[in-house]
Design a protein around this ligand. Structure first.
Ligand code: NA7
Length: 540
């Protein structure tokens, strides 16, 4: 395939180079191409879709409503595409993203099998030179990393992990060819959002399934359903109001807040209300719950007691139910997963739960996993142990900014960012959807950042500028906001959002604790002031 970028004296030349063909990278490419820039997207996989290309594991699906996750930049696309389920499975989303790439003519701008290994700023020419592992090089005015926060697989430091002679998989590197698990003895390590999707999807076909749980999580029902004709017609007829509601929402969901506090209800009313919340879709467990749920410990504990009752009601073995009920954090202390048939699966005779808090892993052997209570033998081990969250992909790209400063050195104690989009010392470089960039339904929230980046690039073009860099003071103001508001984050300091799972990673908060209100506030402030100090040589 011929790439849609010109060849210059130093090789390929583009205005904009984007890295990563996930949901945000495709959006950024769409914006750049539509605005008339020569743009090239480098993608390490041999297909587009990012998260929805790599995560082919059984049971993988959205936990944001399908139609709130898809693109809203084209009503024609909205009218053409019928999501089959409220929470679509991975193959459907991968098809959707391929459809978008073809519909908007983006494929000639995408180079697949292109893992970026270096990206170096040339201060004199005000250009980035980006190289891939296969020796390809491209120079560009702008470099945009849309490499995602959940893209680099995380394997734990467990003795003997390499010794196992059976098959091992990480969900984010699940093979394209079908994996036949029928009649196999399977171990799943990790009960985060991924592990709890895999378990119920395979429990019925494997000979035995052992789930290894380190932290219990407050998993609640996804409450998925097919999108029937009536709902489909409603969605088609209401593009404009749905888009307007999503554009205005803080978290990128359509859920309506409860508009009442826990203290407004009697104990009986609370139980009734919790029942409604339990039966609501996905993240509505947070966004339609009592307004004060997360920050009122008593209210949160009451909801947790309700959920514990539900778990005990579903899981027949009381000892297993006890292990599944978190005792070390309240709701949203860890990222809550949304499940289908998860608790029910523990009633099957071929499924066992091992608590790694009670019986830690001693080692992996050639035939299985030895915990302090003995050895269990397996044919397959699935390491659903998460990701090098937030900065993992960017720190593997060999990024070198102003004066030879590497991003790895600049971020040695954790990411320093402005809006989760730019870093001082790295001119003409943007990373929407990166660290400090997430606070809700990612495509919606990330799109705000994409539009901000595109707006800056357009401004550069209009004013014939060659260099843009965030002033240190602006970066510091954003970092101060993160430091102040992080104290109010409900997330515990031991999860992926602090990088704690990744050996050697500095512990630092990796989300935006101020959410959309702070992002909007900071973006508006910069725009109102005319981005002082951002543009080299700018006088007004
Ligand atoms: P998560 O949410 O990071 O979950 C990883 C799981 O793996 C979690 O249960 C971890 O337990 C467990 N884990 C990690 N390291 C170990 C070791 N060393 N031993 C045992 N268990 C371990 O990743 P997911 O893939 O499930 O979900 C990622 C995202 O997908 C999620 O945030 C959503 O955005 C969708 P821990 O909790 O650390 O005790």
């Amino acid at each position: 395939m011929k790439l849609a970028v010109p060849v210059g004296p130093l090789g390929q030349q583009a205005d904009v180079v984007i890295v990563g063909a996930g949901i945000l990278g495709i959006n950024q490419l769409y914006r750049a191409v539509r605005a008339g820039y020569s743009a090239l997207l480098l993608e390490q996989g041999d297909g587009v879709g990012g998260t929805w290309y790599w995560n082919r594991y059984p049971g993988c699906r959205f936990d944001s409503e399908s139609y709130t996750y898809g693109y809203l930049f084209s009503e024609e696309l909205w009218q053409e595409w019928d999501w089959s389920e409220e929470f679509a499975p991975q193959p459907e989303t991968e098809r959707y993203l391929n459809r978008v790439v073809d519909k908007f003519g983006l494929r000639p701008h995408i180079r697949l099998n292109s893992r970026v290994s270096s990206a170096v700023w040339d201060a004199e020419g005000c250009q980035w030179t980006t190289g891939t592992e296969d020796g390809f090089q491209v120079r560009s005015r702008y470099l945009i990393a849309t490499t995602g926060v959940l893209s680099v697989p995380q394997y734990p430091d467990v003795p003997g992990r390499e010794d196992f002679r059976g098959a091992t998989y990480h969900p984010v590197r699940w093979p394209k060819e079908p994996v036949d698990l029928r009649g196999k003895r399977v171990a799943v390590i990790g009960t985060g959002s991924t592990g709890v999707q895999i378990g119920p999807a395979i429990a019925g076909e494997v000979e035995s399934l052992v789930m290894y749980q380190r932290s219990a999580t407050w998993a609640t029902p996804l409450n998925n359903h097919p999108i029937e004709a009536e709902q489909q017609a409603y969605l088609k007829a209401n593009f404009a109001p749905i888009k307007a509601a999503l554009d205005a929402s803080v978290g990128g969901f359509l859920h309506q807040p409860a508009g009442k506090k826990w203290t407004d209800d009697t104990p009986e009313q609370r139980q009734e209300f919790f029942e409604t919340v339990w039966n609501s879709p996905g993240f509505a467990k947070i966004s339609t719950n009592y307004d004060d749920l997360i920050f009122n410990t008593e209210a949160n504990a009451d909801w947790c007691a309700f959920m514990a009752g539900k778990i005990r009601g579903i899981v027949s073995d009381p000892a297993t139910a006890d292990k599944l009920i978190p005792t070390d954090h309240l709701y949203v202390g860890l990222r809550p997963p949304y499940v289908t048939g998860y608790y029910e699966m523990y009633n099957r005779p071929n499924v066992e739960l091992v608590s790694l808090r009670e019986s830690p892993i001693v080692k992996v052997t050639e035939t299985g996993i030895e915990t302090s209570d003995g050895l269990r033998e397996f044919d397959v081990i699935i390491w659903a142990t998460g990701f090098d969250f937030g900065s993992g992909a960017m720190l593997r790209m060999g990024i070198v900014g102003e004066g030879g400063l590497t991003l790895n050195d600049y971020w040695a104690d954790g990411p320093l960012t402005y809006l989760g989009i730019m870093a001082h010392g790295f001119p003409n470089f943007f990373f929407p959807g990166g660290p400090h960039g997430a606070a809700g339904n990612n495509p919606r929230y990330g799109e705000l950042q994409i539009l901000f980046v595109q707006g800056l690039i357009d401004r550069m073009r209009a004013r014939a500028r060659a260099r843009i860099e965030v002033p240190k003071a602006d970066e510091q103001a954003w970092m101060d906001m993160i430091a102040q508001l992080e104290a109010y984050s409900p997330f515990q300091k031991r999860g992926q959002y602090y990088g704690v799972n990744t050996p050697g990673k500095p512990q630092a908060y990796l989300l935006n604790p101020g959410g959309r209100p702070k992002l909007d506030e900071f973006m508006a402030k910069a725009a109102d002031a005319g981005y002082p100090g951002f543009f080299e040589g700018e006088t007004s």
